[in-house]
Write a protein that binds this ligand. Structure first.
Ligand code: GDP
Ligand code: IMO
Ligand code: MG
Length: 425
């Protein structure tokens, strides 16, 4: 029996989807614990690409039960679109997907407020996905959110919805000078979701704790990444939930004593979508190394180009600490195959000092200069390699350097998007 948490160790898009799919083969339950349809988790099976937003990335293994925990915010429209798309591709969902009755809903006004706030921000945009994530978590914490359990009780749902829409319409009109919602239209559209969601609704805390007692194999799937965590990320340029491993317990309803292992998924370089500091970002003036083109770095949810930079060991160490990582899964090693030299940031230089502990001040993050160690590239293809010992010596040395700099083992190396393009170390 084991409970394993899988977290993104950077700014998201590390390849969590591939890792979760890979590990789901031997797992009974895969559970998402935070975030919403802002996630885009890619799984490639025999050349066919699936992008999961809300549904756990274990869904492509027909034996796995998939669960969405109370920590996730659920847009019913996005959920049923995703279910329909997967069913069209021949994947059975009914009887295999369960959703916490405590999970909060993303309503149309959350998406409208997300977009309206971003468009008003001019120079201070977060660069959100526009999926209503921040406003939905605001309502949850502000105790006016609507949960799945409310949706299943029409009178309660309708009265909460009407109250919220009245308030949000005032905000949309007066603060954002945006269009108001048609109350009757939203009510009539959303009350109908009760029948659709009922078969999926469950007490997930009971389901998972029973499974733990029965000795099942359980994977807890994080979305986003450590540096987007509302507490530990580059605040305010973060998401509104807790992707770090601590969020897994509160987002699913288990105690920390249940968790056996935490695997941090980390790219062999760094990317970020949206605004905010990024010390190792490769600027346009260093365009001779185009990681975006080499790694096909475009967002799986919004299609936005990802910002790209070198591997940052300061961030990796921070991730080891705040998540209690047991090991890393290192992805996209193959993207570096053609490079002559590869840089790794080992410290941030700021006002004459070298910082090795990730700072929380934006001022430092925005103005520090990365201190790099340079490693020779291997300039050989790696995507067909399946054994660590078959990797070129310089690639092995690069991975060992990452292990030494972080004092953490690399347990899995990924050399391509396909399930099979994986090296178990
Ligand atoms: P997630 O959000 O962490 O699940 O990651 P995304 O799916 O948003 O982005 C990762 C991208 O890299 C996807 O397009 C994957 O198919 C792809 N990918 C994952 N692992 C590898 C790898 O080892 N090599 C290459 N070249 N691509 C990979
Ligand atoms: P996965 O799970 C990368 C980023 C957005 C923005 C910030 C806040 O695929 O790794 P939000 O819509 O959450 O309020 O946006 O967080 N962001 C992600 N970046 N991968 C993700 O998910 C992300 N989800 C949100 O770009 O900067
Ligand atoms: Mg992604």
């Amino acid at each position: 029996m084991s409970v394993k948490v899988i977290v993104g160790a950077q700014w998201g898009d590390e390849g969590k989807g591939k890792m979760i799919d890979l590990m789901s083969e031997k797992v009974d339950i895969v559970a998402r614990y935070q975030g919403g349809a802002n996630a885009g988790h890619t799984v490639v099976i025999k050349g066919k690409k699936y992008i999961l937003h809300l549904i756990p990335s274990g869904i492509l293994h027909s034996d796995a039960i998939c669960v969405i925990g109370n920590g996730v915010v659920i847009d019913p429209v996005a959920l049923f679109d995703e279910i329909a798309l997967l069913e069209k591709q021949g994947i059975k969902i009914q009887g295999r997907l369960f959703i916490s009755h405590r999970a909060h809903l993303i309503m149309p006004y959350h998406k409208m407020l997300d977009v309206a706030k971003e468009s008003k921000e001019a120079g201070n945009k977060i660069g959100t996905t526009g999926r209503g994530i921040g406003p939905a978590y605001v309502d949850k914490v502000n105790r006016c959110g609507i949960r799945i359990v409310d949706l299943l009780d029409r009178p309660t749902f309708e009265s909460k919805l009407r109250k919220n829409i009245a308030e949000k319409n005032e905000i949309l009109k007066k603060i954002y000078k945006a269009d108001e919602m048609d109350v009757e239209q939203v009510v009539s559209e959303y009350v109908e979701f009760d029948k659709k969601i009922a078969p999926y609704s469950k007490d997930i805390s009971v389901l998972i704790n029973d499974a733990v007692k029965a000795g099942k194999e359980i994977l807890l799937e994080g979305a986003q990444g450590t540096l987007l965590d509302v507490d530990f990320g580059t605040y305010p340029f973060v998401t509104s939930s807790s992707p770090t491993s601590g969020g897994a317990c509160s987002g699913i309803g288990i105690g920390p004593t249940c968790v056996d292992e935490v695997l941090g998924v980390i790219k062999a370089y760094t990317t970020r979508v949206g605004m905010g500091p990024f010390p190792t970002e490769i600027g346009d003036d260093e365009g001779n190394v185009d990681l975006r083109a080499l790694g096909d770095e475009f967002g799986a949810t919004t299609g936005r180009p990802r910002r790209c930079g070198w591997f940052d060991a300061v961030i990796a160490n921070f991730s080891v600490r705040v998540n209690g990582l047991s090991a890393f899964a290192l992805t996209k090693l193959d993207v570096l195959d053609t490079l002559e030299e590869i840089k790794v940031c080992v410290a941030y230089r700021y006002e004459g000092k070298d910082l090795t502990s990730f700072p929380c001040e934006l001022r430092i993050l925005e103005n520090c200069k990365p201190v790099y160690e340079t490693f020779p590239g291997w300039q050989q293809p790696t995507s067909e390699i399946r054994q660590f010992s078959d990797l070129p010596a310089n690639a092995q040395n690069y991975i060992k350097a990452i292990e030494n700099l972080t004092n953490t083992k690399v347990a899995i190396v990924s050399v391509g998007s396909g399930r099979e393009q994986t090296i178990l170390v």
